[in-house]
Write a protein that binds this ligand. Structure first.
Ligand SMILES: [Zn+2]
Length: 106
């Protein structure tokens, strides 16, 4: 369970990525690819194999981070009170208890 999920930081990162034009993004990708190719060209086959394994590991870790972020976001959304009381169906205005039957809505 991720306790220190920073929603604002996640949104800021998302907005920063969105602020890039497709041209800027393509340029960044191109540059990263060129650097990777240059690095690979200098490597021995053994080093290359190790680098590939390292890259695979990074991709896996990145996936785990993304999954954790998604789960945190779902947790944030999940802690919101339901729109209707699950006991009597009375619409809820956002409080933690039903205004009609007093049932806990959290
Ligand atoms: Zn109720």
């Amino acid at each position: 369970m991720e306790e220190n999920f920073n929603y604002e930081e996640a949104m800021a990162k998302l907005n920063a990525a969105k602020a890039l034009t497709p041209e800027q993004l393509a340029k960044k990708l191109e540059e990263a690819q060129r650097q990777a190719q240059e690095t690979l060209a200098r490597m021995t086959p053994e080093e290359r194999k190790r680098a590939e394994e390292e890259a695979q590991k990074m991709i896996r870790e990145d996936e785990q981070k993304r999954k954790a972020l998604l789960e945190s976001a779902q947790q944030v959304l999940g802690t919101r009170t339901p729109r209707f009381c699950p006991y009597c169906g009375t619409p809820n205005s956002g409080s933690n208890f039903c205004p009609n039957c007093g049932g806990a809505l959290k």
